[in-house]
Design a protein around this ligand. Sequence first.
Ligand SMILES: [Ca+2]
Ligand SMILES: [Ca+2]
Ligand SMILES: [Zn+2]
Length: 434
Amino acid sequence: MPVWGEQIVVSVFGSEVRSITGALRESPLNIDTNASLEKAELLQISEEHLKRNRDSFQITSHERGIIRYAKRFSYTYKVKIYVSPSEGWELYISPIGKRVVLKVPTIFTQLTSSSGTDLLGSQVSFNSTKGSDGNFIMLDDSFPNSSQTQIAENIFDEDGERLYGYVSSSDPNSGWNAAGVSAMKNTRIIYDYFLNKHNRNSFDDKGSPLVSIVDYQSTEGECFNNAFWNGSQMTYGDGCLTTRGTGFGNLAASLDVAAHEVAHGVVQFSANLRYENQSGALNESFADIFGVSIDAEDWVLGEDIMASGRFLRSISNPASGRRPQPAHLDDFVFLPNTKEGDWGGVHINSGIQNRAFYLLVEGNEKEGKGLSIGRTDAETIIYAALLKLTPNSEYADSANQWATEAELIFGANSRQVTAVEQAWANVGIEISER
Ligand SMILES: [Ca+2]
Ligand SMILES: [Ca+2]
Ligand SMILES: [Zn+2]
């Protein structure tokens, strides 16, 4: 029976002993090694100890032997556990006490400085983790605080079953899926924005993991021309850009699209605006506003994944988007509250609040319609308002809340309050007395 971890190393040079390392101990002769455990019992003890469902880990091997810990020798089973490429354990289980006496990690999550080329051709530095199989995977536990960022890719196996696997490479500095590199880069920028600008730790402000799926297809072999937030993670289609210039390229490329999707998570864990009619249009609008705040070099969304000169929506000029949007309450588009009706036109009527945000930042001043206050203060105001809106909030509620927050943060007679009132008045919504 093996005695794990106990050995003596004797260095011999010629016929001369040069050194002895390790420790000689009295042999543990009086240990009872008769008790045994069935595999099912090992599984159950492991399950209870790890506080994991038994479907979420595997026992890859088990053997009996002697382990020395706490200055004494014990007869145990050494059970090797595989949880994920970044988590594995050796559990030493006493068959007499039927409990784990020692737990040792077998994988030391070793963050590795890595680099790769993203979908737009930029060189990106990021962290990966060396997995137990020696490959590097897109898993970075340095952010969010106390959790991790993960990028997986959609793969179909020979039977056409969908699999998700970490984006991986055998070399930390080459061979990465460019869609994964884009997702890593964008996730970092978005996380840093919410943390540094709004003191928000991940989308839920509880540091939940930021997980992305790239190269998604809903049916194998058919390009998928969309991106979505599913309530806990981002998914980016591989895109259906045509030679005629219609459709999108790989949706992971676009920082504003990524920011829009994560912002849906921020809305979900704050105002949780109901996804229909006016509240739904506000939900879409807040996602767009964070999109152009995080990708702050232009006022349009989707330009990085569309043919040159095209874009999906414009915050400054909502009528110029792929599907023209209203920029004023008078032009509100009434659509049925069905999937075909875009739940009452949530992607259409978002143009109204989008335009109010643009006017607040710079449009009022540029167009001679009043005061503008720049991005920094405007973003502070709209984020504070989002935290106080409720699932049924409508345009008037959002307008009032922007004004209330401007007053609380900058004072009742501040130019920020005036600018908010003018911005909303210019899209047809007069802010009532507060
Ligand atoms: Ca841009
Ligand atoms: Ca943009
Ligand atoms: Zn959206």
